[in-house]
Ligand binder design. Sequence first.
Ligand SMILES: Nc1ncnc2c1ncn2[C@@H]1O[C@H](COP(=O)(O)OP(=O)(O)OP(=O)(O)O)[C@@H](O)[C@H]1O
Length: 629
Amino acid sequence: MTVETHGFQTEAKQLLHLMIHSLYSNREIFLRELISNASDAADKLRFEALADASLYDNDSDLRIRIDLNPDDGIVTIHDNGVGMSKEEVVENLGTIAKSGTSQFLQGLSGDQKKDAQLIGQFGVGFYSAFIVADKVVVETRRAGAAADQAVRWTCEGEAEYTIEDIEKQDRGTTITLYLKDDALEFASELRVRSIVKKYSDHIGIPVALRKRADEQDKDSDEPTYDYDTINNATALWTRPRSEIKDDEYQEFYKHICHDFVTPLAWSHNRVEGKLDYTSLLYVPGHAPVDLYNREVSRGLKLYIQRTFIMDDASQFLPSYLRFIRGVLDSNDLPLNVSREILQHSPAVDSIRSALVKRILDMLEKMAKESSDDYRTFWREFGAVLKEGPAEDFANKERIAGLFRFVTTKTEGDEATDSLADYVSRMKDGQEKIYFLVADNLTSARNSAYLEAFRKNDIEVLLLTDRLDEWTIAHVAEFEGKELKDITKGELEESLFADTEDKADKNDSSSTEAIEKISNLLKDKVESVRETRRLTDSPACLVYAEDALSPHMRKMMEAAGQKMPVDKPVLEINASHPLVRQLGSESDEQRSAELTGLLYDQAVLSAGEQLENPALFVKRLNQLLFEGAA
Ligand SMILES: Nc1ncnc2c1ncn2[C@@H]1O[C@H](COP(=O)(O)OP(=O)(O)OP(=O)(O)O)[C@@H](O)[C@H]1O
């Protein structure tokens, strides 16, 4: 018999190293992971047997069995699921196909405590065996393969593993763990029984523990054993809601998602009538490392009449809810359904819209009843939810209601205020919801465009996420109130009356200033007018209602699209000394310099780049020296 030695893929090696050396606070989870894998293998066999029942080979009672040998510190887990071929063993146990792995590994700090937590979020599956064992042997025979086509995979170190052909009498996989000296507790019946009960009660097939039989076979010296089923063995979602405890829902989530972090919320529903299905949807407690990678397949685990059909059935969720995990069990779809059929099925469309409503309900409820959880949710998934209004027009207002913002009235930098909060604080006579787009909070808060809003105590949303402006354009209005960019168009006259400080205004000089500036800047601005926006700054640029903002234009240009430049309006603050000086200045050269300065300041306030920064600096210094002289 030949024994082949193989090296692990780099990522697998790194992960294995971590498993072996990490101080793991919650070591028992290795059993959950291995039982989960065994139960997945049973699901896969059932699925394959839909097309070819002979794969059962007269053994269709799928189950998981655990043998303990406390004397030698050995734990063995058997399943009669689908098993693996030699190629599958190499592929599945020698490499990690999970996307985001190298990204995740780079994120590790070397601090064992922090890393253990990160590993928990990442989910390590099979490799978690190495948390408790220093040697792991996997013997497996693929369903449909002959007894002499089985394989043994052995790993004792971190760098390599061996593979050999063996004979195995029955189909499925047996995993043998040789426990580390400090992990011998995991061979104790009492301990394992309670762990299995905790983690696998909701698994759809029996998990049984080997125990000494009450009656000994008289003809043999060997002890006689039988198996004691520990778990409930009914798939959780098929049970009535009223009978399921919170921790059972949580454990089930961890089982299907291979996630170690408790979910924030769930929603379990049975629908009967025109369509007949059960859904169990979860909001995870943290974002996966690859949330923004659109290539990664994700979605619900699809069952049809209790039979597992596929992981990641993405057709049941719109992309902006791609963070939702869970199970859908349908009685309407055909068992031989494929991803292509799902794409064109009207039943799928109806289920999807019903699920979207459930998810929005669940999020609204969380926002209302558990604000801490909702903050976590928003932090982790807010950016994805923001894709909603563009993708799902019918629900855009409900989705926008779930958004959280930093506004000029928010304390701190965390986005905690909803549009409804904003509307409830609107001033008498205020008809619009105002927002300002900026690169970051500091520049937003210090923006000249906010001056009149501050003075008149009108709240403004501060938008600093890359896609905020695009999102808001799709939302367009909330509770009948238009969302308005404060750098565009005219402001409501009635609201900003206070800003105009009549006493300070010098009408003739401001008319003159406007005339001069208009002439000097005719290539750069559409027109020049007096402002309602400013109280302290001399000037600002204002864009047409339908113009692309500088922020958007920069983004489109960065994406390689050349955008036409719409000339802005220059608004000037007539009571500002610089403007007054300009109005009364008779020297042409000086007027041009002052106008240049005024314009460049407005460009900077708008968050744009100056065309000629050196000239700006020179003019500024000139003015300063004059002042000092
Ligand atoms: N008992 C088993 N029977 C058959 N195949 C198995 C068994 N255990 C593991 N595998 C195969 O090995 C693969 C890798 O398992 P592993 O637990 O590392 O990752 P996973 O279950 O795919 O994902 P996750 O990282 O989310 O746990 C599985 O996808 C499966 O194909």
